[in-house]
Design a protein around this ligand. Structure first.
Ligand code: NZQ
Ligand code: ZN
Length: 379
């Protein structure tokens, strides 16, 4: 087990009606709110009306920035930050899924500076201040509601990068599973896949920490037991709540305690599939994970076997990989690129960008020819 520090300053409010506390809490942090949301799902889920009522009742001013795209882009971050700067906002409230909350985190550190938010992502600047951020989550998947990371695309730089800083933790996050009842089946499944992938990225760190591994197995078992049931009962509050909490627990620090650093190579490769082909994040992971396990099984056989035994109740490396792949199929996620992009895609272009950006994990790295071999397994 590695040395570790546990630090997570986000206050998480979970359950039915928790947004009723939002107005009062926000009011203690400021009076001019930048309200950030996506393309309109918040109006269907009821989250927008509830949040607006809270803010209006407290008499705070609200400036809206909407239209954040899935797989969010730096142009929106910069435009929202200049609006926030111009209107002198002192609080950000983000209502939506991972793309909205990630954008809001990047906006929060960009408002106090004069340069593009991308400078942080390119490693050219570090934030020293941030506007306090409040999240209202409407989609269970990323864990962004209780972590310090935000993933943003920059098409002109040809990159989709993650960046994290302690100033980027939301001050408070409000998770009412009721708002996730309207998430369609495909995005519900991508969320289940994403939370599982977060467990796996941390599991395949190079350090064993037995209790943390047991947390990981528990979260995976929760997803495997209740995920398919939820997909058949999208309106079931209890199942939505179980998956929502599992997604938070998968990436709020719990699954990496004592394990050093996760690998994150599957995410790094998956981000290129989103960047080039616009694939939803979870779908990129269900394509790359089976290929990753097949490619690295000679180095991770013991870990894969243990995963199979503890999570799927199977014995052996091949059986474990097949079980994971079958589970992803069962929840109707693509497990090959050809299933996600039937019209075909440009392998040399994808490979070239992966090599140029040195896509790989913290522990498992690739030569250009190894990357080619891994991609072949994902075709
Ligand atoms: O734009 P709107 O209208 O809100 O629609 C969204 C979007 O089309 C919709 N949606 C959200 N809540 C809904 C809903 N539809 C109906 N009812 C609701 N209640 O769902 C679509 C996808 O939303 P998005 O926010 O893009 O999904 P997700 O939460 O999966 O976020 C994905 C982004 O998060 C990043 C990913 O790379 C990707 O860019 N990640 C962030 C991480 C982090 N910060 O820690 C870690 C993850 O590994 C991941 O990389
Ligand atoms: Zn993810």
């Amino acid at each position: 087990m590695d040395n570790f520090v546990i630090y997570n300053p986000t206050t998480l409010h979970f359950g039915k009606g928790v947004v009723e506390k939002l107005g009062n809490i926000v009011r203690h942090h400021g009076t001019r709110v930048l309200l950030v949301y996506g393309k309109g799902s918040v109006k269907k889920s009821g989250a927008y009306d509830d949040v607006m009522r809270q803010l209006i009742n407290e008499g705070v001013g609200v400036i809206e920035y909407s239209g954040i795209k899935p797989n969010p882009i730096i142009e929106d971050v910069d435009a929202a930050a200049s609006l926030g700067r111009e209107k002198k906002v002192d609080v950000i409230v983000a209502v939506g899924g991972g793309s909205v909350i990630d954008s809001a985190k990047a906006i929060a550190i960009t408002i106090p500076v004069k340069h593009s938010g991308w400078e942080f992502y390119a490693g050219k600047a570090k934030p020293s201040k941030a506007v306090p951020l409040f999240g209202v989550l409407t989609l269970a998947a990323t864990g962004t509601e209780m972590n310090q990371f935000a993933v943003i695309q920059n098409h002109s730089a040809g990159q989709k990068n993650g960046y994290g800083h302690p100033l980027m933790y939301p001050a408070h996050s409000f998770l009412d599973p009721t708002y996730t009842l309207s998430v369609p089946k495909d995005h519900t499944a991508y969320g289940i896949a994403d939370l599982m992938a977060h467990c796996l990225e941390n599991y395949f760190s190079r350090v064993e920490a037995s209790l943390t591994d047991r947390f990981i197995f528990s979260i995976l078992r929760e997803a495997i037991e209740f995920g398919p049931e939820l997909l058949n009962n999208l309106n079931n509050y209890t199942l939505r709540a179980r998956i929502m909490y599992a997604a938070t627990a998968a990436l709020n620090g719990l699954t990496v305690i004592g394990k050093g650093m996760g690998d994150w190579g599957v995410h790094a490769i998956g981000h290129h599939l989103s960047l080039l082909y616009g694939l939803p994040h979870g779908a990129t992971l269900t394509i790359i994970y089976p290929a990753w396990l097949k490619f690295w099984k000679h180095k991770t056989a013991g870990q894969i076997e243990k995963l199979g035994k503890e999570v799927f109740g199977v014995h052996g490396v091949e059986e474990t990989i097949t079980s994971l792949e079958s589970f992803f199929r069962q929840i109707e996620c693509p497990v090959r690129m050809s299933e996600a992009i039937p019209s075909g895609f440009d392998v040399p272009e994808l490979h070239g960008l992966l090599v140029k950006n040195r896509a790989g994990g913290n522990h498992f790295k690739y030569t250009p020819s190894q990357m080619q071999d891994l991609l072949k397994l994902a075709l």
